[in-house]
Ligand binder design. Structure first.
Ligand SMILES: Nc1ccn([C@@H]2O[C@H](COP(=O)(O)O)[C@@H](O)[C@H]2O)c(=O)n1
Ligand SMILES: C[C@@]1(CO)OP(=O)(O)OP(=O)(O)OC[C@H]1O
Length: 162
């Protein structure tokens, strides 16, 4: 059986916060604002998995009103949700994601992001793709006010055929 899910997230770029994307801390003079560490890419991946499982979204499972998730490590949230996928018998087919950011340049950090996501989802790096695009200086991402990420995931469950 195959299940597909998609995730989308946005966080504001502000001074005085670390820029953590895909589990990688990127040197930059601004970082992402959120209740958690605001890792926009891991949030999109987490939402895509929840979508594939028809289990709602990240805010349902980790409310931004709960002090337990203040400054939360988004990798831990992803690992928790991956546990829910495994409990239901799923493994990763593949995942594809896009980071939408005018700056900073993501390319040097993408191999590390792929490794973080592949390890978390107990998969090979060949099953994980991360891309980046600017919006040619258009819109809130183009003005550097925020960063968005989107993700599509395919989960696979092996079912015995008779
Ligand atoms: N924040 C970003 C945005 C883009 N890239 C890389 O640059 C390439 C060109 O981007 P365009 O938006 O002009 O198409 C893109 O394909 C990415 O490889 C990046 O590293 N970081
Ligand atoms: C992750 C959570 C929880 O700390 O907070 P934020 O970092 O604000 O992130 P968001 O993408 O708004 O979604 C879910 C939240 O409940």
């Amino acid at each position: 059986m195959i299940r597909v899910g998609q995730g989308f997230d946005v966080h504001q770029l502000v001074e005085g916060r670390p820029c953590i994307i895909g589990g990688v801390t990127i040197p930059y003079d601004k970082g992402l604002l959120g209740h958690s560490d605001a890792d926009v890419l891991l949030h999109a991946v987490t939402d895509a998995i929840l979508g594939a499982l028809a289990l709602g979204d990240i805010g349902k499972h980790f409310p931004d009103t709960d002090p337990a998730f203040k400054d939360a490590d988004s990798l831990k949230l992803l690992l928790h949700v991956w546990g829910m996928a495994k409990e239901r018998g799923y493994r990763l087919g593949n995942i594809d994601s896009t980071i939408i950011a005018q700056k900073p340049k993501m390319a040097p950090y993408i191999p590390q992001m792929v490794d973080v996501i592949a390890r978390a989802l107990e998969a090979e790096p060949e099953q994980v793709n991360v891309k980046a695009t600017t919006t040619e200086q258009l819109g809130f991402t183009g003005r550097g006010e925020g960063i968005a990420a989107q993700s599509v995931v395919c989960l696979v469950k092996d079912v015995l055929s008779s």
